[in-house]
Design a protein around this ligand. Structure first.
Ligand SMILES: CC(C)(COP(=O)(O)OP(=O)(O)OC[C@H]1O[C@@H](n2cnc3c(N)ncnc32)[C@H](O)[C@@H]1OP(=O)(O)O)[C@@H](O)C(=O)NCCC(=O)NCCS
Length: 281
């Protein structure tokens, strides 16, 4: 059973570690939304567990339909990303809404978007968003009426031409003026990818049309979207990894350092690395 085994509040600023076989870090934060007066809780979970640990623990968190989907996956890389995504999404869902991980069932919708439901039906409708990089899987959960999308990206010089090809001229100029253009371009890409998830189309959307209006403060990029005024994003870069969230532009998190705390935890569990030397982003 994937359950809370260690409340590490003192060392990890409110994070919790779940499972004795699978290390999944999880933390939560309240929110309020000025547009609707909605308040509630967002939960974020992350893991860098490898395929053998994930495979050993899979019966603790996979629903039967997910186990079937996994069985059809041939590549270890895909099995790893699927399991990391499901493990983190289950922990985020359990942390926000309770229940048993195996009773949360996350299917792929018609646009490949994750659609979560609780088998037995006694939970409210929820929203979940999943992302994976080579090193880690992350997920966020929130009430269905307050969707939040997540993206994780590893900074890599190899990706620079592809990233820049999806930036507008204004965005490219902004990156060139940032302390590290590669970090900045990766942050903008992560924000666009999270925006594409909350809008539902993924890469089917034109990423140039998801143009950002970014501002940089320390290791954090905040942005609005030129063509999606209802959305706002935040990306934090730590040690060569970008973590980005996109949500309602009218929403405020009760902990303004929430994403920074998550990025710090992820970076300490991944080990330090900084592609652009001292400067971030
Ligand atoms: C969304 C997308 C941009 C993410 O890119 P990626 O390189 O896979 O990056 P990430 O690891 O950050 O995200 C993967 C997760 O995004 C989620 N996702 C995929 N498509 C999504 C979509 N359209 N909307 C919201 N979330 C989506 C999934 O949960 C996926 O993880 P899973 O397959 O393990 O469940 C990309 O997967 C995509 O465009 N998918 C849709 C493509 C498609 O087939 N569309 C159908 C026609 S529109």
């Amino acid at each position: 059973m994937l359950s809370l085994v260690d409340d590490t509040a003192s060392q990890l600023s409110g994070a919790q570690i779940w499972s004795d076989t699978l290390e999944v870090l999880a933390l939560s934060c309240g929110y309020s939304d000025a547009r609707t007066d909605l308040t509630g809780q967002l939960s974020l979970a992350m893991t860098k567990a490898d395929l053998s640990a994930l495979s050993r623990a899979q019966s603790d968190f996979l629903a039967p339909a997910e186990a079937q989907a996994l069985a059809a996956m041939k590549l270890d890389r895909r099995r790893t990303s699927f399991l990391r995504g499901r493990a983190t999404a289950k922990i985020a869902l359990c942390k926000a809404f309770g229940g048993a991980p195996t009773k949360w069932d996350i299917r792929s919708g018609v646009f490949n978007q994750p659609v979560a439901a609780y088998r037995g039906g006694e939970k409210p409708p929820v929203h979940v968003s999943i992302s994976h990089s080579n090193e880690a899987g992350v997920a966020v959960s929130s009430p269905q009426e307050w969707p939040v999308a997540i993206d994780i990206e590893t900074v890599s010089a190899q990706n620079r031409p592809a990233l820049e090809s999806q930036l507008t001229a204004r965005e490219r100029e902004w990156c060139e003026n940032a302390p590290c253009a590669l970090n900045a371009a990766t942050a903008l890409w992560a924000l666009k990818e999270a925006a594409s998830k909350i809008l539902g189309g993924g890469l089917a959307l034109d990423f140039k049309a998801l143009e950002t209006v970014p501002s940089l403060s320390g290791d954090t990029v905040n942005c609005t979207f030129v063509n999606a005024g209802h959305l706002a994003g935040e990306a934090v870069l730590k040690d060569g990894v970008v973590l980005a969230l996109v949500m309602s532009s009218q929403s405020v998190l009760t902990d303004s350092n929430f994403l920074s705390r998550a990025a710090n935890m992820l970076s300490s569990s991944l080990g330090a690395r900084n592609i652009c030397g001292e400067t971030e982003p």
